[in-house]
Design a protein around this ligand. Sequence first.
Ligand code: HAM
Length: 419
Amino acid sequence: MIEAQKGTRDILPGEIARWQLVEAQARATFELYGFREIRTPIFESTELFSRTIGEATDIVSKEMYTFLDRKGRSLTLRPENTAPVARAVIEHQMHRGAGLQRLYYIGPMFRYERPQKGRARQFHQIGVEVFGSEHPAVDAETLEMLMAFLESLGIAGAELAVNSVGCPVCRPAYREALLAYLRPHRDSLCEDCRRRLAENPLRCFDCKVPADQETMSAAPPITESLCAACRDHFARLVALLEALAIRHRIEPRLVRGLDYYRRTSFEVTVPGLGSQNALLGGGRYDGLIRDLGGPDVPGFGFAVGEERLVLSLPAAAAAAEGAPDIYMAAIGEEGVARALVVGRWLRRTGKRIVLEPQPDKSLRAQMRRAHDLGAAFVLIIGESEVREGSVTIRRMADGTQERVAAQRVEGRLREMAGA
Ligand code: HAM
């Protein structure tokens, strides 16, 4: 038997209500703030990711699904969507218009990671990106929207941690400070971290090895090396978060595992997700569009892991499984043909109708099936109904049953539903 690949899975109809709920809520919330949806391709040139996320990051160095196509081009299944959206903004000159571009996306991402609870190789993100302003009010308003989104879903215990990771002005001095701290620890660091020392010592903060994490927990925090402009930006953001009464914690060593961040970086964790407790992450990436060959357009965004969001939903959310309004129980070939006609018009009135053509199956068996599906009504069309041009309506809640002329079905259903 051929099975789904490790780290991928089918999202089955029995659980889809929770996915649809979070997606509908995301669209509704984001649109209140002026965001519009963008859909970018699943694969892009490999260079798009290596140049922006950074060669020394775990994502680029270990986790990408990269392959050559038939013409020998190196392509990669998108491991995230900020770089693709930035590419699309430049390609379609979306930054040219007046004002800001606010975009959101929902879709699959791919990373070759060891699967566990809340971590998959094909996973899904709900994300937003704002282009065109470096004002900290953009960060604050987008974070306010994010917290409103989580609250609307009833997510409990979400904790927002924020930090500033500086800019190209303050980064070199910080890099030196970090190297000065790490050099004496070099021999005790893991092999990956020793490589990171040479390539980008900031990436040592991403290390999962407990001994290295302990070393990093005493490293000088980046907040101590910020330049005046970055310090000011961060102070203004924190003041705006306070004005909006958004609970947050300043986490001076939060740097996040992607190189494109500048200034603001943040994460939200929730209890109950185990070791994969980061529900989402994001930040500012003011140099990204320029690094991709575009003009100087600042940006800010976040992405929520949809698997983790669905796992964090309260149990009662989205209990409805989409039961039909009506089950059509048709007997005989002519009954099935009539049921198709009646079903067509009732669907035009917005009724959810299930028709399973099994003309030889007994009425009793069809009733059992309607009951199992949770249908509110059954419409019976047997031989005598066909002869008379009528339909028998059965209300499943109490077994009330009556036969009506076919053209009266809609009105009678409405009366019986209201009774
Ligand atoms: P990220 O932190 O790499 O950031 O991913 C964001 C979220 O995606 C994580 O917090 C997590 O919930 C989810 N996620 C990541 N990897 C996996 C996985 N293997 N399985 C399940 N969930 C996962 C980004 O991707 C940035 N593009 C976010 C961003 C948008 N920054 C600015 N704009």
